[in-house]
Design a protein around this ligand. Structure first.
Ligand code: TIU
Length: 221
Protein backbone atom coordinates (compact mmCIF):
# COMPACT_ATOMS: atom_id res chain seq x y z
CA UNK A 1 0.00 0.00 0.00
CA UNK A 2 1.39 3.49 -0.81
CA UNK A 3 2.13 5.81 2.11
CA UNK A 4 2.25 9.55 2.66
CA UNK A 5 5.16 10.60 4.89
CA UNK A 6 3.20 12.21 7.69
CA UNK A 7 3.08 13.09 11.38
CA UNK A 8 2.92 11.35 13.79
CA UNK A 9 3.66 8.36 11.48
CA UNK A 10 3.22 7.33 7.86
CA UNK A 11 -0.30 7.41 6.40
CA UNK A 12 -0.93 4.26 4.33
CA UNK A 13 -3.68 4.77 1.77
CA UNK A 14 -5.73 2.93 -0.81
CA UNK A 15 -6.10 5.34 -3.75
CA UNK A 16 -9.53 3.87 -4.59
CA UNK A 17 -10.93 5.31 -1.35
CA UNK A 18 -8.98 8.57 -1.06
CA UNK A 19 -10.49 12.02 -1.61
CA UNK A 20 -9.68 15.69 -1.03
CA UNK A 21 -11.97 17.91 1.04
CA UNK A 22 -11.39 21.66 0.64
CA UNK A 23 -13.13 23.51 3.44
CA UNK A 24 -14.69 26.96 3.02
CA UNK A 25 -12.18 28.67 0.68
CA UNK A 26 -14.81 31.36 0.18
CA UNK A 27 -14.57 35.04 -0.61
CA UNK A 28 -16.35 35.68 2.72
CA UNK A 29 -13.32 34.32 4.58
CA UNK A 30 -10.48 35.24 2.22
CA UNK A 31 -11.40 38.68 0.82
CA UNK A 32 -11.89 42.08 2.46
CA UNK A 33 -15.50 42.99 3.23
CA UNK A 34 -16.63 39.45 4.04
CA UNK A 35 -17.63 37.48 7.12
CA UNK A 36 -14.05 36.95 8.33
CA UNK A 37 -13.28 40.64 8.29
CA UNK A 38 -16.58 41.55 9.99
CA UNK A 39 -15.37 39.39 12.90
CA UNK A 40 -12.27 41.59 13.17
CA UNK A 41 -9.80 39.36 11.32
CA UNK A 42 -6.97 40.11 8.86
CA UNK A 43 -7.93 38.10 5.78
CA UNK A 44 -4.51 38.46 4.13
CA UNK A 45 -3.23 35.70 6.42
CA UNK A 46 -5.58 33.19 4.79
CA UNK A 47 -4.60 34.19 1.26
CA UNK A 48 -1.06 32.87 1.83
CA UNK A 49 -2.24 29.28 1.31
CA UNK A 50 -3.96 29.86 -2.04
CA UNK A 51 -0.98 28.74 -4.21
CA UNK A 52 -0.31 25.59 -2.16
CA UNK A 53 -3.98 24.67 -2.07
CA UNK A 54 -4.13 25.14 -5.84
CA UNK A 55 -1.19 22.71 -6.23
CA UNK A 56 -2.88 20.17 -3.96
CA UNK A 57 -6.12 20.47 -5.95
CA UNK A 58 -4.22 20.05 -9.21
CA UNK A 59 -2.56 16.90 -7.87
CA UNK A 60 -5.88 15.28 -6.94
CA UNK A 61 -7.39 16.27 -10.26
CA UNK A 62 -4.42 14.87 -12.18
CA UNK A 63 -4.66 11.61 -10.22
CA UNK A 64 -8.37 11.38 -11.03
CA UNK A 65 -9.32 11.33 -7.32
CA UNK A 66 -12.55 12.90 -6.01
CA UNK A 67 -12.58 16.48 -4.75
CA UNK A 68 -15.29 17.87 -2.48
CA UNK A 69 -15.56 21.56 -1.65
CA UNK A 70 -17.57 23.02 1.22
CA UNK A 71 -19.05 26.47 1.76
CA UNK A 72 -20.26 27.77 5.11
CA UNK A 73 -23.46 29.63 4.26
CA UNK A 74 -27.12 29.98 5.11
CA UNK A 75 -30.41 30.03 3.28
CA UNK A 76 -31.61 33.50 2.21
CA UNK A 77 -34.56 33.23 4.64
CA UNK A 78 -32.10 32.43 7.47
CA UNK A 79 -34.20 29.39 8.45
CA UNK A 80 -31.00 27.38 9.03
CA UNK A 81 -29.29 30.11 11.07
CA UNK A 82 -29.69 29.61 14.82
CA UNK A 83 -30.14 32.93 16.66
CA UNK A 84 -27.26 31.82 18.88
CA UNK A 85 -24.97 31.98 15.83
CA UNK A 86 -26.39 35.18 14.36
CA UNK A 87 -26.47 37.20 17.57
CA UNK A 88 -23.15 36.25 19.12
CA UNK A 89 -20.50 38.91 19.67
CA UNK A 90 -20.21 42.35 18.13
CA UNK A 91 -19.35 41.83 14.43
CA UNK A 92 -19.42 44.93 12.19
CA UNK A 93 -22.07 43.12 10.06
CA UNK A 94 -24.14 40.09 11.04
CA UNK A 95 -24.85 37.01 8.90
CA UNK A 96 -27.53 37.99 6.39
CA UNK A 97 -26.72 41.72 6.45
CA UNK A 98 -25.87 43.40 3.13
CA UNK A 99 -22.14 43.90 2.60
CA UNK A 100 -19.81 44.77 -0.28
CA UNK A 101 -19.94 41.16 -1.62
CA UNK A 102 -23.69 40.74 -1.09
CA UNK A 103 -25.41 39.46 2.03
CA UNK A 104 -22.90 38.09 4.52
CA UNK A 105 -22.54 34.26 4.38
CA UNK A 106 -25.75 33.73 2.38
CA UNK A 107 -25.98 31.01 -0.29
CA UNK A 108 -25.99 32.43 -3.82
CA UNK A 109 -24.33 35.73 -2.86
CA UNK A 110 -20.90 36.53 -4.35
CA UNK A 111 -19.20 36.52 -0.94
CA UNK A 112 -20.35 33.00 -0.11
CA UNK A 113 -18.86 31.55 -3.27
CA UNK A 114 -15.45 29.92 -3.55
CA UNK A 115 -12.54 32.18 -4.49
CA UNK A 116 -11.80 32.12 -8.24
CA UNK A 117 -8.27 30.73 -7.74
CA UNK A 118 -9.66 27.48 -6.27
CA UNK A 119 -12.98 27.29 -8.08
CA UNK A 120 -14.54 23.81 -8.45
CA UNK A 121 -14.48 22.21 -11.89
CA UNK A 122 -17.14 20.04 -13.50
CA UNK A 123 -17.70 16.82 -11.58
CA UNK A 124 -16.60 18.13 -8.19
CA UNK A 125 -19.14 18.20 -5.36
CA UNK A 126 -19.90 21.40 -3.47
CA UNK A 127 -21.53 21.03 -0.04
CA UNK A 128 -23.24 24.06 1.50
CA UNK A 129 -23.16 23.75 5.27
CA UNK A 130 -24.83 25.87 7.94
CA UNK A 131 -22.45 24.77 10.69
CA UNK A 132 -18.73 24.69 11.27
CA UNK A 133 -18.63 20.92 10.71
CA UNK A 134 -19.47 19.60 7.23
CA UNK A 135 -21.62 16.68 8.45
CA UNK A 136 -24.17 18.74 10.41
CA UNK A 137 -27.42 19.23 8.44
CA UNK A 138 -25.85 18.35 5.05
CA UNK A 139 -25.53 15.45 2.60
CA UNK A 140 -21.74 15.28 3.15
CA UNK A 141 -21.82 11.84 4.80
CA UNK A 142 -24.03 10.43 2.05
CA UNK A 143 -21.76 11.89 -0.64
CA UNK A 144 -18.67 10.29 0.94
CA UNK A 145 -20.46 6.93 1.12
CA UNK A 146 -21.71 7.23 -2.44
CA UNK A 147 -18.18 7.92 -3.70
CA UNK A 148 -16.79 5.02 -1.66
CA UNK A 149 -14.38 7.29 0.20
CA UNK A 150 -12.68 5.98 3.33
CA UNK A 151 -9.68 8.28 3.73
CA UNK A 152 -9.79 12.06 3.46
CA UNK A 153 -7.13 14.71 2.92
CA UNK A 154 -8.21 18.07 4.31
CA UNK A 155 -7.35 21.61 3.23
CA UNK A 156 -9.00 24.97 3.76
CA UNK A 157 -9.95 27.45 6.45
CA UNK A 158 -9.86 27.99 9.26
CA UNK A 159 -7.69 25.26 10.73
CA UNK A 160 -9.05 25.27 14.26
CA UNK A 161 -12.67 26.07 13.41
CA UNK A 162 -14.29 24.46 10.34
CA UNK A 163 -11.37 22.24 9.32
CA UNK A 164 -10.75 20.76 12.75
CA UNK A 165 -14.49 20.41 13.50
CA UNK A 166 -15.02 18.49 10.26
CA UNK A 167 -11.95 16.31 10.85
CA UNK A 168 -13.25 15.41 14.30
CA UNK A 169 -16.69 14.60 12.90
CA UNK A 170 -15.11 12.45 10.16
CA UNK A 171 -12.76 10.71 12.59
CA UNK A 172 -15.70 9.69 14.79
CA UNK A 173 -17.43 8.28 11.70
CA UNK A 174 -14.49 6.02 10.90
CA UNK A 175 -12.59 8.00 8.27
CA UNK A 176 -8.80 8.30 8.28
CA UNK A 177 -8.11 12.03 8.10
CA UNK A 178 -4.93 13.80 7.02
CA UNK A 179 -4.44 17.57 7.20
CA UNK A 180 -2.35 19.33 4.53
CA UNK A 181 -0.41 21.64 6.84
CA UNK A 182 0.50 24.26 4.22
CA UNK A 183 -2.93 24.23 2.59
CA UNK A 184 -4.79 25.25 5.73
CA UNK A 185 -4.65 28.52 7.63
CA UNK A 186 -6.06 30.40 10.59
CA UNK A 187 -6.50 34.06 11.39
CA UNK A 188 -4.43 33.12 14.48
CA UNK A 189 -1.10 31.42 13.60
CA UNK A 190 -0.75 30.05 17.13
CA UNK A 191 -4.18 28.39 16.83
CA UNK A 192 -3.17 26.73 13.55
CA UNK A 193 -0.06 25.29 15.17
CA UNK A 194 -2.01 24.18 18.24
CA UNK A 195 -4.71 22.55 16.09
CA UNK A 196 -2.12 20.54 14.16
CA UNK A 197 -0.59 19.39 17.44
CA UNK A 198 -4.03 18.52 18.88
CA UNK A 199 -4.92 16.48 15.80
CA UNK A 200 -1.69 14.47 15.64
CA UNK A 201 -0.97 14.02 19.37
CA UNK A 202 -1.69 10.80 21.26
CA UNK A 203 -0.91 8.60 18.25
CA UNK A 204 -3.01 10.52 15.69
CA UNK A 205 -6.00 10.87 18.03
CA UNK A 206 -7.89 12.85 15.34
CA UNK A 207 -5.64 12.26 12.34
CA UNK A 208 -2.40 12.83 10.49
CA UNK A 209 -0.65 15.93 9.15
CA UNK A 210 1.70 16.34 6.19
CA UNK A 211 2.88 19.09 3.85
CA UNK A 212 1.47 19.30 0.33
CA UNK A 213 4.73 18.12 -1.28
CA UNK A 214 4.64 14.86 0.71
CA UNK A 215 1.04 14.26 -0.36
CA UNK A 216 1.77 15.02 -4.01
CA UNK A 217 4.87 12.80 -4.03
CA UNK A 218 2.79 9.87 -2.76
CA UNK A 219 0.06 10.51 -5.35
CA UNK A 220 2.69 10.62 -8.12
CA UNK A 221 4.35 7.37 -7.05
N1 TIU B 1 -14.18 32.44 12.22
C1 TIU B 1 -13.44 31.39 11.82
O1 TIU B 1 -12.27 31.26 12.17
N2 TIU B 1 -13.98 30.45 11.03
C2 TIU B 1 -15.29 30.32 10.66
O2 TIU B 1 -16.17 31.01 11.13
N3 TIU B 1 -15.58 29.41 9.69
C3 TIU B 1 -14.66 28.54 9.13
O3 TIU B 1 -13.66 28.21 9.74
N4 TIU B 1 -14.89 28.15 7.90
Amino acid sequence: MPVIKADPFDFPFDPSGLGLVVIDMQRDFCEPGGFGETLGNDVSLLRQIIPTTARLLAGFRAAGLPVIHTRECHRPDLSDLPPAKRDRGQPSLRIGDPGPMGRILIAGEPGADIIPELYPIAGETVIDKPGKGAFHATSFGAVLADKGLKQLVFAGVTTEVCVQTTMREANDRGYDCLLATDATESYFPAFKQAAIEMITAQGAIVGWAAPTDAILQALDA
